[in-house]
Design a binder for this molecule. Structure first.
Ligand code: THU
Length: 157
């Protein structure tokens, strides 16, 4: 018998330690979180994706009175990005959240399982790592790729 260990390295930084390009993406994700349509959970999430063509695409969670019909911020952003720019590669995604008290969460949230699988699709298409920036008001986590957030991911390839 042998054991396999799965390790996800996370770099913890402050906003001021980010590059100006990363700060712009964080700003875009934060702004997107305030545009969420979340009347049921009142939990607002924003995502901003930097593409290799220079575009930044944002998304926010979209809820629905028939709960399962809604979708997360990450998927609204990645589906829209790929629908608009099918030839562009994803480079970085930043994710921010505002809690039910209306304030940004102190510690970051990370994408749900379905969003990880959806994002992994675009990382595979990009043939390179898509950096993930998870935003909290106190700490910001940087994960080097989507696949490191989804060990043993399903893949046909
Ligand atoms: N949500 C996201 O937008 N992203 C995630 O990764 C997890 C959860 C949304 C879905 C729902 O509208 C609200 O947060 C509460 O679960």
């Amino acid at each position: 018998m042998k054991q396999i260990e799965v390790i996800t390295p996370i770099t913890v930084v402050k906003y001021s330690e980010l590059s100006s390009e990363e700060q712009r993406l964080v700003d875009a994700a934060r702004a997107a979180s305030h545009r969420a349509y979340a009347p049921y959970s009142k939990f607002r999430v924003g995502a901003a994706i930097a593409l290799d063509n220079g575009e930044v695409i944002t998304g926010a969670n979209q809820e629905n009175v028939a709960y399962p019909s809604g979708t997360c911020a990450e998927r609204s952003a990645c589906f829209y990005a790929h629908a608009q720019y099918p030839d562009a590669k994803f480079r970085v995604i930043a994710i921010a959240a505002v809690g039910t008290d209306g304030n940004e969460l102190k510690q970051p949230i990370s994408p749900c399982g379905s969003c990880r699988q959806a994002l992994l699709e675009y990382e595979m298409l990009a043939q390179g790592d898509v950096k993930v920036i998870l935003i909290g008001s106190e700490d910001i986590y940087i994960v080097s790729s989507v696949k490191s957030l989804l060990p043993l991911a399903f893949s046909e390839f």
